[in-house]
Design a protein around this ligand. Structure first.
Ligand code: BES
Ligand code: ZN
Length: 605
């Protein structure tokens, strides 16, 4: 816990050609009134010009400055004002962090720890403050001056300069601060929110690129509407800016009301952009917009909780893209990405849990595990709770934590409490690295008319975690009859205990089995004939599945499964089996021939 909190931060930037002067005025209050402890501020290669407490310049012996910190040895023990002036050199900043110049424009990137390259600050996400930002710059070189929140004042200054004063009414961590100054033009539009407020939308680029922002604007409006419809989340300011810059480390950044994007994720024209480019723009515009609630209004207590905002927001952008296009196609592409990038990470020397235990440089922890596996973990809550239970959990999460910096457990607790759910050892998904292997063996008993699925699971050792506990794996299952139709499911026995699957008269065709032990058996009753099982429907958990399904079962699923993802998956598993058969035929000098069933089943369509 920090010893001091910051209430308000008033920043002033005097942007110049050789240097920029940053003045910050912070209202500080100690966590415990009356207790003074040293106040340690982060700073990265800053030139300190002056530091004042309650208007009085500090004496040399009252503070200590190093290349990474400014420490006030005994600040006042009750609320005080801290004023710091620093000098920075954006023109020679090539790190793409802090304040830098990109194609003649000033811009910032503060996540994760870039704000400390702008001014001395407690640069950690649990320090949430209200900001104002005054920008002064040459008017002809930098006609557009942007920061977070609302523009409350602008005007001309002497010597060909002008200024703009921005005020962000929402508390935010320093990593969400942003400033842009330069020669930019905008495409403007409006969005009327569900409560009837008109929000001005602006997408800023160099003037020649404005025609290429139509799809980005369409995507933004679609994202705003989707978040209202699906999560009841309304945008909270009257202005939303997006800036496209050519030099940007990442894809895009969710700064409060001033998202900054790598140009390639904003600009598209039908002549040059592929369908994939259009889809990527839709997803990333959605992603950064969705952070306004999952990341900004509710943020991370510390950077170990990164998946709290990134895993959840990736899940939200995946759902958005699914609803705007084909759910199955989107799921196939997301699972393919997980398997080709995250599985290797989880199986290699860089394996780490969704919530890492340690880091050296935070920037190295924006990984496919934190992002994509993190999104799978969020998806599992939805699979277990259903859409309406998941929504209840999200509602409670915002009700409890709006304006706070929280942890993955807080998210877990909201999901659990809103649904009175028993999530067993689900939290292991955050702490245990490695991709679980799940084996299934099936058997049908015609006498008892029961069908059994026996599961066993194993989590491989990963660096620092030689021994693993069994995980809580939600396995969505359907059973197909011999005509290829889903069998209505009524009851299932879990290790002998009866569970009712259908709670209403509505037939249920997919049920989510909760595999929590190393070995566990599920038995379906009242099954008239040997079914073909459709296992892990929709890819309900990020595991490697091994089953005893035969080639003919897979052909059958490929032709008939009502779950689109599993129909594709059956084709994948089958194609792999057939190819390996051909390899072995070749080695035995058997003439190569493709299994004719493949064409027959496909022609059945
Ligand atoms: N918050 C991140 C951007 C970021 C990442 C800033 C790492 C600083 C360090 C942003 O929300 C993000 O995740 N962007 C992704 C795209 C997204 C669609 C997954 C990116 O930039 O690749
Ligand atoms: Zn993100």
């Amino acid at each position: 816990m920090p010893d001091y909190y910051f209430e308000t931060v008033d920043l002033k930037f005097e942007l110049g050609e050789d240097k920029t002067i940053v003045s910050s005025k912070i209202a500080v209050h100690p966590r415990v009134e009356g207790v003074s402890s040293p106040l340690v501020l982060n700073g990265h290669d800053l030139k300190l010009v002056s530091v004042k407490v309650d208007g009085n310049e500090l004496k040399k012996e009252d503070y200590h400055v190093s290349s990474r910190h400014l420490t006030l040895s005994s600040p006042p023990s009750s609320t005080f004002t801290l004023e710091i002036v620093t000098e920075i050199y954006p023109q020679s900043n090539t790190s793409l962090e802090g304040l830098y110049k990109s194609s003649g424009n000033f811009c910032t990137q503060c996540e994760a720890e870039g704000f400390r390259k702008i001014t001395f600050y407690q640069d950690r996400p649990d320090i949430m403050a209200k900001y104002t930002c005054r920008i002064e710059a040459d008017k002809s070189l930098y006609p557009v001056l942007l920061s977070n929140g609302n523009l409350i004042e602008e005007g001309d200054l002497q010597g060909g300069k002008h200024y703009a004063l921005w005020e962000d009414p929402f508390k935010k961590p320093s990593y969400l601060f942003a400033l842009v100054a330069g020669q930019l033009e905008s495409r403007d539009d409006t969005f009327v929110t569900c409560s009837g407020r008109t929000v001005v939308l602006r997408i800023w680029t160099p003037s020649q690129d404005v025609p290429k922002t139509a799809h980005a604007m369409y995507s933004l409006k679609a994202a705003m509407k989707w978040d209202e419809e699906v999560f009841g989340l309304e945008y909270d300011l009257d202005l939303f800016n997006i800036v496209a810059v050519p030099d940007f480390n990442m894809g895009a950044m969710e700064n409060k009301s001033l998202n900054i994007f790598n140009s390639k994720l904003v600009l598209a024209s039908p002549e040059t952009a592929t369908d994939m480019d259009y889809a990527a723009i839709l997803g990333v515009i959605g992603h950064e917009y969705f952070h306004n609630w999952t990341g900004n209004r509710v943020t991370c207590r510390d950077w170990f909780q990164l998946s709290l905002k990134e895993g959840l927001t990736v899940f939200r952008d995946q759902e958005f893209s699914s609803d705007m296009g084909s759910r199955t196609v989107k799921r196939i592409s997301d699972v393919s990405k997980l398997r080709s990038y995250q599985f290797p990470q989880d199986a290699g020397p860089m394996a780490h849990p969704v919530r890492p235990h340690s880091y050296i440089k935070m920037d190295n922890f924006y990984t496919v595990t934190v992002y994509e596996k993190g999104a799978e973990v969020v998806r599992m809550y939805k699979t277990l709770l259903g859409s309406s239970g998941f929504r209840k959990g999200m509602d409670l999460y915002f009700k409890r934590h709006d304006g706070q910096a929280v942890t993955c457990e807080d998210f877990f607790a909201a999901m659990r409490d809103a649904n009175g759910a028993d999530f067993a050892n689900f939290l292991l998904w955050y702490s245990q690295a490695g991709t679980p292997r799940l084996k299934v063996t099936t058997s049908y008993n015609p006498e008892t008319r029961t069908y059994s699925l026996k599961f066993s699971q194993e989590v491989p050792p990963t660096p620092g975690q030689p021994v693993k506990e069994p995980m809580f794996i939600p396995v969505a299952v359907g059973l197909l009859d011999s005509s290829g139709k889903d069998i209505p499911l009524t009851t299932v026995y879990n290790d002998g205990r009866l569970q009712t699957v259908a709670s209403t008269d509505e037939p249920v065709f997919t049920t989510v089995l909760r595999v929590t032990k190393k070995e566990e058996e599920f038995v379906f009753s009242d099954i008239a004939e040997r079914p073909v099982p459709s296992l892990l429907r929709g890819y309900s958990a990020p595991v490697r599945l091994d089953s005893d399904l035969t080639e003919s079962d897979l052909f059958f699923l490929l032709a008939h499964d009502s779950d689109g993802f599993n129909r594709w998956e059956a084709g994948q598993v089958l194609a792999r089996k057939l190819m390996l058969n051909l390899v072995s035929d070749y080695q035995k000098n058997i003439p190569l021939a493709l299994n004719p069933m493949l064409w027959m089943e496909l022609e059945a369509y």
